[in-house]
Design a protein around this ligand. Structure first.
Ligand code: GTP
Ligand code: MG
Ligand code: ZN
Length: 312
């Protein structure tokens, strides 16, 4: 039996790299089958640690080089709500760092989306990092948002895949860590990773001129190992990132700057939406807390409440 890490899942085929201790082997990944097994965690996803056996076989006219026998329990999981759906879709597993990738220009900087990923990072105790790509097109308003996030304690790297800005900074920050690039479609996740990993040959796509929206170029997550250990996972961009797996009561704790105020709310627990003498709302009114972050909180809070109503 071998121990491996899932690097990519394409339909029924799960590509697995062997682990030599903690090191990811440089050899070509094994195309593994699942043998119709039911795993406690559901289907494997990029970042999953698995036990697999190496032997070739043909299943439904496909050549496989191995069979996955079991999936190790996940230490962390990033998942999102399927668009319009009620089901959550697991994206990547076993990270220690969550990289939120945004862009300026097209698509424009969307703080509301950044906040969703940050909430996810806090919930799973992942270290957040914000990368703003296409920075060669930055305008004053973009810098303003960066300064606001920095003031909240988030590290921001202003980069450009096109102009090769800050590529070394990103490399040295992430090498040795287990991270994934998450963000809106078209922000340049794959373009940045092609700069970080020459030879990765990830597909990148032109923005549709009509909608100025990303066109979902990446369709499957793909794990890229660093030479010195650790990895980054490229993920398919989304238009919406629906929060799942976080209850309305837990959401406030995912906004670290709310915490000192939340302790002073008259009602405990407090949803910070309507309660009298809510210290969080008072802090927003007196500009001690950023209004855009509070609005992001409210939007997510009511979305989660809506889902909870339908579940219970
Ligand atoms: N101006 C500018 N364009 C860039 C930069 N980086 C990437 N692009 C362009 O942005 C478009 C989208 O890039 P991708 O790397 O495919 O974006 P993605 O985030 O991987 O998109 P999905 O795979 O759909 O999630 C491509 O046309 C890139 O050429 C940059 O730094 N500056
Ligand atoms: Mg991509
Ligand atoms: Zn409150």
């Amino acid at each position: 039996m071998e121990r491996g890490i899932v690097v990519e899942v394409l339909g029924p085929v799960v590509f697995v790299c062997r682990l030599e201790g903690e090191r990811i082997s440089a050899e070509t990944p094994y195309a593994c089958s699942l043998l119709g097994k039911k795993y406690r965690t559901g289907r494997p996803i990029a970042g999953d640690l698995v036990a697999f056996t190496i032997h070739s076989e043909v299943v439904q006219n496909r050549d496989y080089q191995g069979v996955i026998q079991s999936i190790e329990p996940r230490t962390s999981l990033v998942e999102r709500l399927e668009p319009g759906g009620r089901r959550s879709k697991p994206l990547v597993a076993n990270l220690d760092t969550l990289v939120v990738v945004a862009s300026v220009g097209a698509p424009p900087l969307k703080p509301g989306l950044i906040d969703r990923y940050l909430v996810c990072a806090h919930h799973w105790h992942l270290e957040p990092l914000i990368i703003i790509n296409k920075w060669e097109q930055a305008e004053e308003i973009d810098l303003l948002y960066v300064r606001l996030y920095e003031a909240l304690g988030y590290r921001c790297i202003m980069a450009s895949a096109k102009e090769k800005l800050e590529i070394d900074t990103i490399y040295s920050t992430l090498s040795g860590r287990r991270s994934a690039f998450l963000g809106h479609s078209g922000v340049g996740k794959s373009s940045l990773l092609n700069e970080l990993f020459p030879g990765a040959n990830l597909a990148t796509g032109a923005l549709s001129m009509q909608s100025q929206r990303g066109t979902h170029t990446t369709s499957a997550s793909r794990l890229l190992p660093f030479e010195a250990g650790g990895f980054v996972i490229d993920t398919p961009g989304v238009r919406e990132f629906g929060i799942t797996g976080i209850s309305s009561g837990e959401l406030g704790h995912c906004f670290p700057e709310f915490e000192p105020y939340a302790q002073m709310c008259r009602f405990q627990p407090c949803s910070h939406t309507h309660e009298p003498d809510c210290a969080v709302r008072q802090a927003v009114e007196s500009d001690e807390l950023a209004d855009f972050r509070y609005q992001a909180y409210l939007k997510m809070y009511f979305e989660i409440r809506e889902l909870e109503k339908n579940t219970y």
